[in-house]
Write a protein that binds this ligand. Structure first.
Ligand SMILES: NC(=O)c1ccc[n+]([C@@H]2O[C@H](COP(=O)([O-])OP(=O)(O)OC[C@H]3O[C@@H](n4cnc5c(N)ncnc54)[C@H](O)[C@@H]3O)[C@@H](O)[C@H]2O)c1
Length: 329
């Protein structure tokens, strides 16, 4: 039976007057503050945002376990970061499998004893042709398996291990502006799964506060379109989720992607994964729920704010969604 009556004693967020100002949220009581010697597990750690964040956290003295389904990229990343003297190791992991995520936890505990930070970041994005009712079941299934089950499996496998030792820690879930701010109709599977994991982040946060847990939860909304390998994610699409007929997936450069997004009316500029890693680090040090664009990407933050206001206005006015949806490319 649904229980909607659980009293939630949350420490209410205290937004400042100006989200682009000094600090967009007050520090939570659960903030880690000291990360030196603590252990971070990062899914999708062999590339892009996960890899950059692994490098940054390890450079601040964390012991980092990178988890990724792409063995070659994982090995290369671990070797490169170790070559820089960083305490990094890898565990090949398929986030869509709970057994694989459980193995990741076991391996991490065997190596380092504990887990303090779980960065649930692995994700895929595919471009199915046609309207969403023409997409194949496997288009939906692949996104759900990685982007949604990956986070469910991550929470279920990692949170008990993080609670067990009683020390501060943080779960960071990588969503997207299309999951948090407003969907983009040309990417329905991606937008839908990113909205679903945002919902998980909110509920996880509330339930941890309700139980006065020493750990907290966050959502990461990267500042726009980041220069990563996400746009060739089809490289990791497993046979079980393959489309019924091979597709000609046109490789598109990051520059071309940005050009098309801007042409469609989504203001975007080049952002590197290392810039996103800085947000993640700050969000962990401050124990913030919202890890979102701030004054470092003020133009993008303002654009997101405009969409959020348009969406709220549409809901409050009972108006249709066309005023706020992100522009299809
Ligand atoms: N790049 C962007 O513009 C952008 C914007 C918003 C959000 N994001 C999100 O950021 C996260 C990281 O993506 P990125 O942009 O760094 O892309 P990326 O492709 O560079 O990195 C994603 C990693 O996830 C791994 N992965 C894919 N399927 C997996 C599986 N089943 N199990 C384990 N690992 C798997 C890939 O091998 C890859 O190393 C994703 O969740 C993505 O949706 C990216």
């Amino acid at each position: 039976m649904l229980n909607l009556c659980v009293p939630i004693a949350v420490s209410v967020a205290r937004p400042s007057e100006n989200p682009l100002g000094q600090e967009n949220h007050a520090k939570e009581d659960t903030a880690m503050e000291e990360i030196q010697g603590k252990v971070a597990v990062i899914t999708g750690g062999a590339s892009g945002i996960g890899r950059a964040t692994g490098a940054l956290l390890a450079s601040r003295g964390m012991k980092v376990v990178l988890a990724d389904v792409e063995q070659g990229a994982l090995d290369d990343t671990v070797a490169q970061l170790r070559g820089r003297g960083l305490e990094v190791s890898g565990v090949r992991t398929d986030v869509s499998s709970f057994d694989s995520m459980s193995n990741l936890v076991d391996e991490t505990r065997a190596r380092h004893g504990k887990v303090h930070v779980a960065f649930l970041n692995a994700g895929v994005s595919g471009n199915a042709p046609g309207a969403l009712w023409e997409h194949e079941i496997n288009d939906w299934a692949w996104h759900i398996a990685v982007n949604l089950w990956g986070v469910i499996n991550g929470v279920k496998a990692l949170v008990p291990a993080m609670l067990e030792h009683g020390e501060p820690g943080q779960v960071v879930i990588t969503s997207s502006s299309v999951g948090v701010v407003a969907p983009v109709p040309s990417a329905p599977e991606y937008s839908m799964t990113k909205a679903a994991i945002f919902s998980i982040a909110e509920m996880l946060y509330a339930q941890l506060r309700q139980r006065q847990a020493p750990i907290t939860a966050s959502v990461l909304v990267p500042p726009g379109t980041i220069n990563t390998a996400l746009f060739s994610a089809v490289r990791n699409r497993p046979a079980q989720f393959a489309p019924s007929a091979p597709r000609k997936e046109a490789a598109i450069t990051y520059e071309e992607l940005l050009r098309r997004m801007n042409a469609a009316g989504n203001p975007r500029r080049p952002v590197q994964p290392e810039e996103v890693a800085e947000y993640v680090l700050d969000g962990i040090l401050e124990g913030r729920f919202w890890i979102v664009p701030d004054r470092r990407h003020a133009d993008i933050a303002r654009n997101f704010d405009e969409i959020i206001r348009a969406r709220a206005d549409a809901m409050l006015g009972r108006n249709d969604p066309l005023t706020y949806l992100q522009k299809a490319m």
